[in-house]
Design a protein around this ligand. Sequence first.
Ligand SMILES: [Zn+2]
Length: 460
Amino acid sequence: AITMVDPEGALVSIDPTMPTNSPNLFSVRRNTSMTPEPFKQTPFTYLCRAFRINELKTEVTNRLAMLEKRVELEGLKVVEIEKCKNDLKKLRDEMTSRGGGRSMIQIRDVPSYPKYTLSQETIEALKKPTFDVWHWEHNEMLSCLEYMYHDLGLVKEFNMNPITLKRWLLGIQENYRSNPFHNFRHCFCVSQMMYGMINLCNLPEKMTLTDMGILMTAAVCHDLDHPGYNNTYQINARTELAVRYNDISPLENHHCAVAFQILSLPECNIFANVELEAYKQIRQAIITLILATDMARHGEILDSFKHKVDSFDFTNEEHVTCLKMVLIKCCDISNEVRPTEVAEPWVDCLLEEYFMQSDREKTEGLPVAPFMDRDKVTKPTAQIGFIKFVLIPMFETVMKLFPQIEEIMVQPLRDSRDHYEELKQIDDAMTEVGHLFSLNITLSFRVGVNSILNSRQLRK
Ligand SMILES: [Zn+2]
């Protein structure tokens, strides 16, 4: 073993980077008491050089081998990635050609959401329009919906497998898109309001449990796979949906079709144990209710109900169907029945979705509805007309049949109308101040210019 030291006695490591030999370099043999001798040109120099070259050679060879291996591996990875990409593309193309874009049903494997034990407080609150719908995660909303089906006796009535119910709800949630407004939370809101109205109006005493099942299921499914652009856009842009449904409520037809695609999966079919004839009726009724949510049919449906309400007959099937249509319509647009702090964020969500559409319409050269145009609409103007001319008249008609909704549902609507009218007054006042301010500047500018002109004329 040879140890090399410099004249100061510090160790010099023997490696390819060590300085070339010099007379000042000493060598010391390990574990001897020999005094260091000056290192002269000895065979050691050559030894060192040879050693260095050999070491370099081995290192380079090793490195080369390593690099070659890496290149080979990376190359494989690239091939792998390319293959994955191709597979993905193929799969996507297949999905598109098979189901027209997104209509392929996505279902999670197993009902994996944990069972939430709803507190007594939540259970009570769930029956009321004051329920804070923003407070809950998706899984919690799923548990609430599950609870409603059990509580209303629907699981028992339709002999549902409780696991199938869970799986169906998961399938529903997966097939709502994350739009600003038409998303799973909106589905939950509408369903929760339906559950609230069923309780508030004591509907199980007046109608059948099948009717309750139809009302709840239609509410849960009513906006499935909503793309975030309304029927007008679908028709004007001649989308696949508009073509498929011949411009007749393309969205509502689609929501309904997706609903029955989900139900056609045996593992998600909550009506699997229902007799064939009964199922046919349930299916027909759900279709009728979901199609009734097209606002283009609002006048027609409400008029039909107005004709029946004064002599309403719960044993008349036509009457009951019409009531169910009005009920789902009420729930669908019931945000303003909720407390302001719950309702108001929904207005922003809806406007966001509207603006997304109108911006797209502008770039695609399609007609833009003024109520969707970010340059024309404001929150209060958007709200006042809708509350005054759509919501209040509809809920007041339902109130004729169920007077108990006045305090709990109609009064909040009137309060909401007043709230937005106040907001509009503030808006108007601000605009007026703005106008006055700019007018004032213009006036003072004119006065200034005139006085300068006058003085010049005087000087002349
Ligand atoms: Zn809706």
